[in-house]
Design a protein around this ligand. Structure first.
Ligand code: PLP
Length: 510
């Protein structure tokens, strides 16, 4: 339906004759051709958003289906844009899972936005490689400006300086690398392997921390042996007493506890670790405090939600992903730290061919990470912030939280459903829990896991909505995440109806 509609739109925009022109023998596409297909594709995108609800949220394809429809070898000769665009409609769109669909409620629901897409377009056109300040002064300086704006909107401490990476996984890995540099064990120079003089370096996370932290620890050669997973309380928040005890024990064993990673907005439930209580533990043991606020950090732009970052003002670093909940297209992750010097010490390496006269007086992104060339990601973020403004961004996130509270209230009011975790932001954790008189607990537990999984797959298979699951206290738990710029109350009501329909169908089959 949409495919036909998009094609019609493209044809109607293209008043000119269809062109069979392919690439010229040398040089780029002509500017006339670029203008023509550029306009058509922008129209295509506008139409895609207008009609996105007609598409199934989850791509209804089997593994390998797209690959089997595409040639296994590249074309010898260039092909006309018409046939490329036709294949986007015919082959690519059906294999896309539509994250921008307003009924996408899975994982952490996120979406791009008009100004963000236009920013990406310009980034691709400039194709700047932010290696040094001089290879892209605009990228270097706009990054500083946009991140200072975001810092102010989030109410972070003025001592925090930001830098953009691609993802939170990479931001956190860099934060832990900077923390490791601060341990003063000459790791940059001598490495970690084969060193009997180097005690085990320990990193502390809650058992609900994101897997990216563990991956960062592995990547940095710290080893899973050096990672401590601290238990959480009934609301899935790190237990500070257990944290303090684990650090004490590691110290008694001669290890070096050097970094605590607290999470503000865990992936399973959006729980918020008690950072205020963790800060004194960090201070007592002179440890680095990194805060993973990849998802929830954006919510701090809402004045009444700023409390979620209580204590984070004193953190050594904090990551927030504008590509998660700030309507900025993937990818864009921001690491704030008060120790850019340590980040530089860990990563700066300037060979002769990159030496410049101004290097002492400017900021070059490649000094603060493993990448040499960096994309001009600040442009889209700056355009998003300017277009929506602080108030506009806050209003959208506030509305998502309202919708989540509304959905949670329906769960609470129904005897057939139950909440599985608090709803501090815009993620609801819940499950269906119809009772059977006299059923033993062990059987009930297995039955409810199977029932909830079937509800999820049943709703997702309709193509009308998509949500995902986790396990909490060993119970299969459904997650409804609201974070898409197009999601309204209508979409939330619809998914609630779909869930109840599935529950009814499955209960009738019993
Ligand atoms: N941290 C948290 C709390 C997350 O929820 C996620 C992803 O959902 C990540 C980190 C990883 O994010 P990214 O995909 O940007 O690496």
């Amino acid at each position: 339906m949409l495919r036909r509609c998009v094609r019609r739109k493209i044809r109607s925009v293209s008043k000119q004759q269809p062109s069979s022109a392919t690439a010229p023998p040398l040089g780029d596409m002509t500017s006339d051709e670029f203008r023509r297909y550029g306009h058509e594709l922008v129209d295509w995108i506008a139409d895609y958003f207008d009609h996105i609800e007609e598409l199934p949220v989850l791509a209804p394809v089997e593994p390998g289906e797209l690959k089997s429809k595409l040639p296994s070898a590249p074309p010898e000769k260039g092909e006309p844009m018409e046939s490329i665009i036709k294949d986007i409609d015919r082959l690519i769109v059906p294999a896309v899972t539509h994250w921008c669909h307003p009924s996408f409620f899975a994982y952490f629901a996120t979406s791009t936005s008009g100004p963000g897409i236009l920013g990406e377009l310009l980034t691709a056109a400039f194709d700047n490689k932010g290696i040094l300040w001089r290879t892209s002064p605009a990228s270097a300086e706009l990054e500083e400006v946009a991140l200072e704006w975001l810092r102010q909107m989030m109410g972070l401490d003025a001592g925090m300086t930001g830098i953009i990476y691609d993802t939170a996984s990479v931001s956190s890995m860099h934060a832990i690398a900077a923390a490791r540099e601060g341990v003063e064990q000459r790791i940059r120079e001598e490495g970690m392997s084969g060193r009997p003089d180097l005690p085990l370096l320990c990193v502390y996370i809650s058992e609900h921390a994101h897997s990216s932290i563990e991956k960062g620890v592995i990547t940095l050669g710290l080893g899973q042996r050096g990672l401590r997973k601290i238990p959480t309380d009934k609301d899935f928040r790190m237990d500070p007493n257990a944290l303090a005890a684990a650090i004490e024990e590691d110290k008694r064993n001669g290890f070096i506890p050097f970094c605590i990673v607290a999470t503000v907005g865990t992936t399973s439930t959006s729980s918020i670790d008690p950072v205020k209580e963790i800060v004194p533990i960090c201070e007592e043991h002179t440890m680095w405090l990194h805060v993973d606020a990849a998802y929830a950090g954006s919510a701090a732009v809402v004045p009444e939600l700023r409390y979620i970052l209580d204590g984070c003002q004193r953190a050594d670093s904090i990551v927030v992903n504008p590509h998660k909940w700030l309507f900025t297209p993937f990818d864009c992750s921001v690491l704030y730290t008060r120790h850019m010097d340590l980040l530089g010490r860990a990563f700066s390496l300037v060979p002769e061919y990159l030496r410049t006269p101004e290097q002492a007086n400017v900021r070059s992104g490649s000094d603060y990470g493993i990448q040499l060339g960096r994309r001009f990601r600040a442009l889209k973020l700056w355009m998003v912030i300017r277009y929506f403004g602080h108030e506009g961004l806050a209003a959208r996130i506030r509305e998502h939280c309202r919708l989540a509270r509304l959905f949670a209230s329906w769960i609470q009011e129904s005897p057939q459903w139950e909440l599985m975790a608090p709803t501090p932001l815009a993620l609801v954790c819940f499950r269906a829990c119809p009772t059977i008189e006299g059923e033993p607990e062990e059987i009930r537990s297995k039955r409810l896991d199977a029932l909830n999984e079937a509800i999820m797959h049943g709703v997702n298979a309709t193509g009308k909505a998509l949500f995902s699951h986790t396990k909490l206290n060993d119970k299969l738990t459904l997650r409804l995440s609201i974070g898409n710029i197009r999601t309204t109350e209508r979409h939330v009501r619809q998914v609630w109806e779909l869930m109840n329909e599935q529950l009814g169908l499955l209960e009738n089959l019993r």
